[in-house]
Ligand binder design. Structure first.
Ligand SMILES: [Ca+2]
Ligand SMILES: [Ca+2]
Ligand SMILES: [Ca+2]
Ligand SMILES: [Ca+2]
Length: 709
């Protein structure tokens, strides 16, 4: 009844407001136990270090355009109790760095949660259902509903098999046009088939669906990429970075860039964005997933997610877990070419175009590199072992049927990898294979810092059979000085499941996109993993890595879409709202933020195989029509520009002298029509010349016309 009253009041006073209810029932099937972990089909695992592993999932529910939430009703069935004396406890989430202090802090947080859970006077999770605040995917409002069908307290599990969620909303008339690709991506919403009818699929051509931001003296470096992408049906626009800084408000450069994108992503229909500049010129946004602000995390995600308030608690710290309400569904797909010089940018451009044209069989070759992240009971902690080979084997078994691959795992030390492989993981082997082996994918897992990625192996034991820090040997297997010797004619799409390989101004990931990689996803700061990783349901960075390749290979997604689809999967199944008042598990949010893409977000791994001559026919010159010809007193020119630019059209006589200027000016992309008079010109032959300055080069069009009186 209460809801009905609110509804009526809105109708009376605003008049145009309409409203309704979105209903959602989430059901949880029977609980089975996998060892001491309760499992429900279709659910993943809530994992908060130091607490029991429990079933969990989120669903995203879309609302009609312009919707605002009035209230949310949640009803559960009466829970039943399951007595269970032993439950698996989530281990600490550990960093893939080499800093002991960070590891110790993770261990402390884990112990803090164990102690808190023992003393806690409310269940864990505190509630079976959590609803997020309203977020948007472009103009589509949505909320995230998270269901924890089992809650734990002092040895008892309560099982809720069903939750009914009623979202009462009001909506004012709003733009309901969505592009076709948005309709496709909107299938991430659990109820899209029900709300899709509120939206209108707009099939009009977007004006600029592919945008490059760089400095204007570097525009020319992108000519080949612009031509290539235009030939694939994109409409590319290069935007001057300095003009964005000059025109858009914002406390810092990152905010100005984002405000530009907020202004244009819908108007231009932007789908893909390249930031062409290193982070010292075009910065990432510094975020703080840990709300005590110890783990600052630079991210380009800030330029992909454009609808939500990244500092909703307004304390000046962006991207805080729980304290800032970010829905994380990106509006656009973002990649970065992290260089400031035309030569290197052009080399990345040419490599990118060549990679995408290439449909050779080497596109189905993978190099899989795995080190141990930790050994079982390392430093007497009780941690389960984590050999990155578990990820590589899972990937091989599920995604690489019909591929050829080379696996390099740890052979050295007291406890070598138990997984079969082709070669031992060594620096020499990695560089040799990468230089000659033609791998379109290189996936690795290991500890890292900005300069390299490391093997950590248990070199010897002092006799107590416990792997201890002082018994570990560390050696790089790829570092930032290697890329010049790698094969850039067969560059790899890389996921670096390591810390900090993209950290700072100069780093391994940047060197690799310069030479050896066609695209690389790597962390700007700490990456976190779960010891004992078994399969993608385990979570953290190895799962994000797996899903990146899942979407890239099994789903055929472009590189940027694969990364963001992986993050969306992670957001729904591996990353959850804080379920209690213990130490919040903010580290999955750091993984969301700090794994960024260097490279073209629209890159197609398998290649698109357009022939050179087809490409030549589909250049991006303006389309010009002049009529009638011969002309008596008035001529007409219709022209369509592929992008904005300076246009000048003049008439010349056969002696090459200009007889009149027909049109001159800065002109928007698209269709234009110009009339001009010829009644004062003597009968004869003339040349109509159009010059179009759209980017760095000029395009001339010339047409012979006859004036006849
Ligand atoms: Ca969004
Ligand atoms: Ca904040
Ligand atoms: Ca805060
Ligand atoms: Ca020992």
């Amino acid at each position: 009844m209460l809801m009905r009253k609110i509804f009526v009041i809105l109708l009376l006073f605003i008049g145009i407001v309409i409203g309704g209810v979105i209903e959602s029932r989430i059901s949880a099937g029977p609980v089975v136990f996998d060892g001491n972990t309760p499992v429900i089909q279709g659910f993943n695992k809530l994992q908060v270090p130091g607490t029991p592993v429990l079933p969990a999932k989120s669903v995203l529910m879309a609302l009609p355009p312009g919707a605002e939430i009035l209230s949310i009703d949640i009803n559960y069935n009466e829970p039943c109790e399951l007595a269970r004396s032993a439950l698996d406890i989530t281990p600490p989430f550990l960093p893939l760095c080499m800093e002991k202090g960070v590891v110790e802090e993770a261990q402390t947080r884990y112990q803090k949660n164990i102690d808190y859970l023992a003393a806690c006077d409310h269940p864990f999770p505190a509630h079976p259902v959590y609803c997020s605040k309203l977020s948007h995917f472009r103009n589509i409002p949505f909320i995230r509903i998270t269901f924890f069908p089992l809650v734990y307290q002092h040895g008892i599990l309560k099982y809720y098999s069903e939750a009914d969620i009623l979202i009462h909303y009001a909506s004012e008339p709003a733009d309901n046009n969505i592009a076709e690709w948005v309709d496709e991506d909107a299938r991430m919403f659990a109820n899209w088939t029900e709300v899709r009818g509120y939206y209108h699929i707009d099939t009009r051509q977007d004006s600029f669906d592919y945008v490059i931001i760089t400095q204007d003296n570097l525009f020319g470096a992108f000519d080949s990429l612009v031509d290539w992408k235009n030939s694939l049906g994109y409409t590319v626009r290069i935007v001057d970075y300095d003009s964005i800084l000059a025109q858009y408000p914002g406390a810092e450069a990152a905010d100005k860039i984002r405000n530009f994108l907020i202004d244009k992503y819908d108007a231009w229909g932007i789908h893909y964005l390249i930031l062409a500049g290193n982070v010292d010129v075009i910065p990432m946004k510094i975020c703080f997933p840990d709300a005590s602000h110890n783990y600052d995390t630079p991210t380009d995600y800030y330029y992909a997610e454009l609808t939500d308030d990244w500092d909703s608690d307004n304390d000046g710290y962006y991207g805080e877990y729980e304290e800032d309400s970010i829905g994380f569904v990106p509006e656009i797909m973002v990649g970065r070419f992290p260089y400031n010089d035309a030569t290197t940018l052009n080399s990345i451009v040419l490599k990118t175009v060549d990679f995408e044209k290439d449909i050779g069989s080497w596109k189905n070759r993978a190099l899989l590199l795995a080190a141990f992240s930790n050994y079982e009971n390392e430093d007497n902690t009780g941690w389960p072992s984590c050999d990155g080979a578990a990820l590589m084997e899972y990937m091989k078994d599920t995604l690489l049927a019909g591929w050829s691959y080379t696996r390099m795992y740890e052979e050295a030390g007291v406890c070598p990898s138990s997984y079969p492989h082709e070669q031992p993981l060594t620096h020499g082997n990695v560089v040799a294979e990468w230089s000659t082996g033609n791998y379109a994918i290189t996936n690795w897992s290991g500890h890292g810092n900005p300069t390299g990625t490391y093997r950590k192996y248990w070199a010897y034991d002092d006799g107590d059979s416990i792997p201890e820090s002082f018994e570990m040997a560390w050696e790089t297997f790829i570092d930032m000085y290697d890329p010049p010797s790698l094969d850039d004619d067969h560059p790899s799409i890389v996921f670096s499941a390591s810390c900090s390989n993209a950290g700072g101004n100069d780093n391994l990931a940047r060197e690799l996109i310069g030479n050896g990689a066609a695209g690389i996803v790597a962390a700007t700061s700490y990456g976190w993993y779960t010891p004992g990783w078994e399969d993608p349901s385990t979570g953290n960075i190895m799962s994000l890595d797996y899903y990146f390749y899942y979407y890239l290979i099994a789903d055929g997604k472009k590189v940027g879409d694969a990364l963001f689809d992986a993050k969306m999967y992670y957001f729904n199944y591996l990353y959850f709202p804080d379920p209690w008042a213990g130490d919040p598990a903010w580290t999955p949010q750091q993984n969301m933020l700090d794994y960024n893409l260097f490279g073209d977000p629209a890159l197609v791994r398998e290649g698109v195989g357009i022939e050179e001559d087809e490409l030549a026919q589909s250049t991006v010159a303006p389309v010009v029509q002049f009529y009638p010809n011969p002309v008596r007193s008035q001529g007409h020119i219709d022209f369509t520009l592929p992008f904005d630019g300076e246009v000048s059209i003049s008439l010349y006589n056969t002696a090459g002298q200009r007889t009149s200027t027909v049109y001159i000016g800065n002109t928007k992309a698209g269709y234009h029509s110009v009339n001009f008079t010829t009644k004062d010109l003597p009968t004869g032959v003339y040349f109509l010349k159009m010059e179009f300055i759209g980017r760095s080069d000029n395009i001339m069009k010339e047409e012979k016309i006859i004036v006849l009186h």
